[in-house]
Design a protein around this ligand. Sequence first.
Ligand SMILES: [Zn+2]
Length: 299
Amino acid sequence: MRFTSCFLIVGIIISLSCNHNYYRTKNAYAISTVNNNVCKKLYGDVLLYAIFVDTRQAKPWTGYDISSTLDSIRKSIAWIEEKAKTNNVPLKIKLDFHVNKGKIPIEQHLYGESLSGMLFSNDGIDMIDNWANAIARKTKDAFTEDTSAVATTKNAITNRERLIARLRDKYKTDNVVLMYFINNYYTNEISLAMFTSAGLKTEFAIVSFKYPAVIAHEFLHVFGALDLYISPFERKRKSVKNRVAIMKAYPNEVMAYTYRQIEKLDISPMTQYLIGWKDSLTESDRKLLVGKKIKVYKY
Ligand SMILES: [Zn+2]
């Protein structure tokens, strides 16, 4: 499964995430979102690069909307950094956003009526991939000179990889989180993280709401965190039972209870393993997350 999406329908979250996705390492299985792609482990210097996107399907960004969203992003960053500090993980998250000659939003319309409509249409994942790449291409004028390693030719930024390479070069860090923000007004729109599993495409998140907890939730997905709530799409009784146990064990978990005030949330040891803050899962967490039979990878 290549995406993890989080709906908000009057405070209820519906997930389409699929956690039963592993790949074989030397002597154990790795959960496919863990320690791979651009954003591997969440530590050290990290750049959160926000791109504000104007689409026909959402409200145009106003100066006020942008500044209040930036405040929410800062709040979620401060919360993640504080959790890192509590767990003795060195972490500094820098926030920057796309701006070109004073203009912040980039215009790129979605296909169809909404982000969720686009996602669930035929080729929805490819369409969102193309949408994100088209926006990445439009950032190129904001950069003066291309000295990044990937740019061996005179090509302009053609996609997310090239944008990430430029950002890595400019900010001198490998950990670059691309987050696209749309100024949504439908109450049932989604936020989602794409390509967080092992794969050829670089991951990114799209955030539809300015709630700090939603921003933190999507940010953690990019580093490998999984949804820990019960999806209405979940058909297996055993999985539902395990989710109930997880939510009971971790009643403040940000990956389970996202639509709350961020101050009341926490990052459980389970999520800490997934984002690289702990090198292993406890036996009970392993059973709840992946089942008895699977031995998971130790960092
Ligand atoms: Zn999620």
